[in-house]
Design a protein around this ligand. Structure first.
Ligand SMILES: C[S@@+](CC[C@H](N)C(=O)[O-])C[C@H]1O[C@@H](n2cnc3c(N)ncnc32)[C@H](O)[C@@H]1O
Length: 255
């Protein structure tokens, strides 16, 4: 069998084929804020686009009941592996579903969508996602909307990180982001190179995905159209105020 990196290269859509690397490169700076609001609002919590369960598991480990909604089979495979055993896993119910159109027949005191709202690529899908969320929010509930601020995303950027250890060696990641302002879309290409213990590249995995570039006014219009009220607004997960220089915008919303 030909084992050259090129022959192993897979070009997949979204997170398919690269989910096993997701947690290795994910930041966890958002967890304290979600835990703080969970303490105020209680269970059950709905985690939308839950991925590998990074946030769901942290909430369940703190004793909260979590419903996690995710559509990627690869991400779900990693999530299910992580919840195969352990007490916290018993507090989690996974729903394989699309965030742009779902009905879980339950209302929640807290709903979150960490790092994922831009995956609703069109205004129509953003609205249907927000409508579905509003339909699942209890009268006194809060929805925490985590947004990347579209104006501040560079038109072209690259990055490299790692390597981080793997049971079969280590993996390094590089990424390329390009923004199409007219289409309001950002394309991201991620390349993961797995190095064996001798330092040779043994596997290359490439994943391409797109996210919507949502500018401040667009976000305000969406929130208003769907009928959410802004209770609080932060420019980062340390609860610093949102300013025009903030790269992230975290909104605490209610009915
Ligand atoms: C950047 S990851 C974030 C995962 C997780 N929320 C976290 O913060 O670790 C984005 C996630 O959104 C999921 N996703 C994208 N479109 C989706 C959709 N229409 N419905 C449900 N999940 C979706 C992807 O499969 C992926 O797991």
């Amino acid at each position: 069998m030909d084992r050259t990196p090129e022959s192993l290269e897979e070009i997949e859509l979204g997170y398919e084929g690269v989910a096993e690397f997701y947690d290795l490169f994910a930041g966890n700076e958002d967890l304290p804020l979600y835990l703080e609001y969970a303490k105020k609002h209680g269970s059950p919590i709905l985690d939308i686009a839950a991925g590998t369960g990074r946030v769901s598991l942290a909430l369940a480990e703190a004793g909260f009941v979590v419903h996690a909604l995710e559509k990627s089979p690869s991400m779900l495979q990693v999530f299910r592996r992580k919840t195969a055993k352990g007490e916290a896993a018993e507090l989690i119910t996974i729903h394989e579903s699309d965030m742009t159109n779902f009905n879980l027949h339950t209302k929640f005191p807290m709903i979150i969508i960490p790092a994922s709202f831009g995956h609703a690529l069109t205004e129509e899908k953003q609205k249907s996602t927000l409508r579905a969320i509003k339909n699942h929010l209890r009268d006194d509930g809060v929805f925490i909307l985590d947004l990347y601020v579209g104006e501040l995303i560079d038109d072209y950027s690259t990055f490299q990180d790692g390597p981080v250890p793997l049971p079969r060696g280590e993996v390094r990641r590089s990424g390329k982001m390009t923004v199409d302002r007219e289409k309001q879309l950002m394309s991201l290409t991620l390349k993961f190179e797995v190095l064996d213990f001798g330092g040779s590249v043994a596997e290359v995995h490439v994943a391409k995905s797109s996210t919507a570039v949502i500018c401040r006014d667009d976000a305000d219009n969406l929130i208003q159209d769907i009928g959410f009220k802004v209770l609080e607004e932060f420019g980062d997960f340390h609860r610093n105020p949102y300013t025009p220089e903030s790269y992230r915008r975290i909104l605490i919303l209610s009915h």
